[in-house]
Design a protein around this ligand. Structure first.
Ligand code: GLU
Length: 510
């Protein structure tokens, strides 16, 4: 086994966790379990303006539902806590000061208006992306451009300031990414990012790097959208003198729309009328609830299996993996860099596979509430058998009752197309004969029912195959369904005989 990793999932609690976030957590989790390492949940809430109440709990619950357990984190504690950055506030200042002392960062006193003016000025001069950088900083109000006594005076007077990273003017930064190999960026492309804000909070960049260092993170596995920030992070490791313990980076490919171009968004789920989040999300602003996969009746195993194959493949054509099997098979080297399509229908396919493999008795337990809600008594043997007949036809456990209502009550309507096509002479005469034959049958099981059905047809010089759909229509109201004689056996003689009589009554004797 390879060396145990220390990995973290580091979401910002700015809203419900997207599928991309769940997949990021999953890949971190898989690597941690595979190497006997540590999986950490760190909440990055330094941007208080974007804080959304309930988001943190939502993240924890979503991942718990998926079966991912953290070894350290906000909700479980651990030796490197606290794990919520707002609670670590006091720890960051010294690192910002260390960078200032070493000449890698500086104070900047510019007001919002002054920053805006700079951007306007640069835009007028046709600068494509106006930035606070090694060129523009000399015209701004900061500790590099102002005389030392003025800087001191402002600091003493308590003037608001931020601390910015002093981006070198023209250097190459080389980032080694496990998935993308070397990414090389020239620092002239990068700006003097704010590391520490006037409210006393670090920004994402400073807090993220400092915490990865303090928490002894070995691998940073995160979404592709963070790749542009990584050169700065690498420079920060260098500026702190922490290169020797710099984590390895792996940036995961984007999740793309199921169709068309662009990034996956919640609107894609809305458009298709399908869930998007792992579990129900209730917006604290509008009170509106968005249905989750959990509440829609998806199996967490199916969801996890589906997510694992978005951007990763095992190198062969296996598709079905339990979480344990994923732990064994996973490797970052097999994650590709191209965006992965989020194909909702594929998730349904996975769910079907898991549904087929579940013990019938267990599924029967799961559908009890649906049956009770429809006002029927529950007989577990009957339900288990109904599941056996129906499970290959279902996508979700929640589909059971709506697809199987005729197991519990006689049909009151009959599919009109099938009626028009099938309910004509000599069918009604056959159904009448069949009714009598069933009534007199000695043993009631699928084979005997099938045999008497065939005999009755043959006696009338009819082909059983041509009568089958009409018979199904008479007992279920529908033109398609599960194995017909097994259904017949399960419903029982009284039901079948009564349903045939009712069909003759409603649809006519021909
Ligand atoms: N807080 C960042 C996020 O919300 C974390 C990025 C990272 O993993 O470094 O995704």
């Amino acid at each position: 086994m390879s060396t145990p990793v220390r990995v973290r999932f580091a979401p910002s609690p700015t809203g419900p966790l997207h599928p991309g976030g769940v997949r990021t957590a999953l890949f971190n989790y898989l690597l941690a379990r595979q190497t006997g390492g540590t999986f950490i949940l760190r909440i990055e809430d330094t941007d208080q303006t974007r804080f959304v109440p309930g988001a943190e709990q939502f993240i924890i619950e979503s991942l718990e539902w998926c079966g991912m357990k953290f070894d350290e984190g906000v909700h479980v504690g651990g030796p490197h806590g606290p794990y919520r950055q707002s609670e670590r506030k006091a720890m960051y200042r010294q690192y910002a000061d260390q960078l200032i002392a070493a000449g890698h960062a500086y104070y900047a006193f510019d007001t919002e208006e002054e920053l805006e003016e700079m951007r306007e000025r640069l835009k007028k001069a046709n600068v494509a992306s106006p930035q606070y950088n090694s060129i523009t900083r000399v015209n701004m109000k900061n500790s590099l451009s102002l005389p030392a006594d003025e800087v001191q005076r402002r600091l003493d007077a308590g003037d608001p300031y931020v601390i910015r990273f002093k981006m070198p003017r023209n250097e190459e930064v080389r980032v080694k990414d496990i998935i993308r190999s070397w990414v090389v960026v020239n620092t002239s492309q990068l700006d003097d990012k704010v590391l520490f804000k006037s409210d006393g909070m670090p920004t994402y960049h400073l807090a993220n790097v400092v915490d990865d260092y303090l928490m002894k993170i070995t691998h940073v596995i995160r979404g592709e959208e963070w790749l542009p920030s990584t050169p700065l992070h690498v420079l920060l490791y260098q500026a702190f003198g922490w290169e020797a313990v710099m984590p390895q980076f792996a940036h995961l490919p984007l999740l793309l729309k199921p169709d068309g171009d662009g990034k996956l968004s919640k609107r894609d789920g809305d458009r298709l009328g399908l869930p998007f989040y792992a579990i129900n999300w209730t917006s604290p602003e509008t009170g509106e609830t968005t249905l989750g996969y959990r509440e829609s009746g998806y199996f967490p195993e199916a969801y996890v299996n589906f997510l694992a194959l978005l951007g990763w493949n095992p190198g062969d054509n296996r598709e079905i993996f339990s979480l344990e099997e994923l732990v064994q098979a996973f490797s970052l080297e097999r994650v590709n860099k191209h965006g992965a399509r989020y194909d909702f229908t594929k998730l349904n396919w996975f769910n079907q596979q898991y549904l087929r493999n579940r013990p019938h008795a267990e599924l029967a337990e799961m559908v009890v509430p649906q049956v009770l809600a429809a006002g029927h008594m529950v007989d577990m043997d009957f339900l288990t058998e109904a599941i056996r007949l129906m499970n290959e036809r279902m996508t979700l456990v929640g589909d059971f009752y709506k697809m199987s209502q005729y197991f519990f009550e006689a049909p009151t309507t009959y599919d009109e197309e099938v009626v028009a096509k099938r309910w004509k002479a000599p069918v009604p005469a056959f159904i009448e004969k069949l009714q009598a034959a069933f009534a007199g049958l000695n043993s009631w099981d699928a084979a005997s029912c099938e045999a008497i059905f065939n005999e009755t047809a043959t006696a009338m010089e009819l082909k059983p195959g041509q009568l089958m759909q009409a018979y199904r229509l008479a007992i279920s109201g529908q033109g398609a369904g599960p194995a017909i004689f097994e259904l017949t056996a399960l419903l029982g003689r009284d039901q079948i005989v009564a349903r045939l009589a009712a069909a003759l009554n409603t649809l006519g004797h021909g």
